[in-house]
Design a protein around this ligand. Structure first.
Ligand code: GDP
Ligand code: MG
Length: 163
């Protein structure tokens, strides 16, 4: 059984872009579980002999996201049950938001090992966001650009010891 790594984060931080980057052309299947975890996509990632299943989630992207944090959390909670590690993605260009902090607080209370990913870190525009993300209390961020494919090797370096 391959290790399973789940991608978590607020809307628009680049979770699905990271998923596609990691899975490449080998997008395996769409796994819909209506009413439980909407839009939960799974795929196989493989690099340098390391192979794992990646799960893209939209649990924090509910239409009523602002008013139903409990429900969003419940959806993500179901999704992380079977996962061996989580990648928590923030947008280094936008900087931290209250929802990022809420998700981080929740993740810190969970047992699952977390890799903090500061996405959209290409160029100078992401630098302050990367630094800011240390304050989430989830360890050193991995700065990367899912869109441009930069920093992905660092991500594997961070995942390798925990899965
Ligand atoms: P999700 O809602 O978290 O799944 O985010 P998406 O993957 O749908 O991406 C949201 C937006 O961010 C899209 O317009 C992407 O093109 C953009 N995006 C994703 N990754 C990067 C990145 O590394 N750099 C920049 N500049 N934009 C990115
Ligand atoms: Mg998405």
């Amino acid at each position: 059984q391959k290790p399973e790594v789940i991608i978590i984060g607020r809307p628009n931080v680049g979770k699905s872009t990271l998923f596609n980057r990691l899975v490449g052309k080998k997008l395996a299947l769409v796994d819909d579980q209506p009413g439980v975890t909407r839009d939960r996509r799974m795929g196989d990632a493989e690099i340098a002999g390391m192979s794992f299943t990646v799960v893209d989630t939209a649990g924090w992207e509910d239409e009523d996201a602002e008013t139903l944090p409990g429900r969003m959390r419940a959806q993500t909670e179901v999704s992380i049950e079977g996962a061996d590690a989580a990648m928590f993605v923030i947008d280094a260009r936008a900087g931290l938001t209250p929802l990022d902090e809420e998700i981080a607080r929740w993740l810190r209370s969970e047992e699952i090992p977390v890799v903090l990913v500061a996405n959209k870190a290409e160029g100078k525009a992401g630098e302050s966001g990367v630094l800011e993300s240390y304050s989430l209390g989830l360890g050193d961020p991995v700065a990367l650009s899912a869109e441009h494919g930069e920093g992905v090797a660092d991500l594997f370096g961070a995942l390798w010891p925990i899965i």
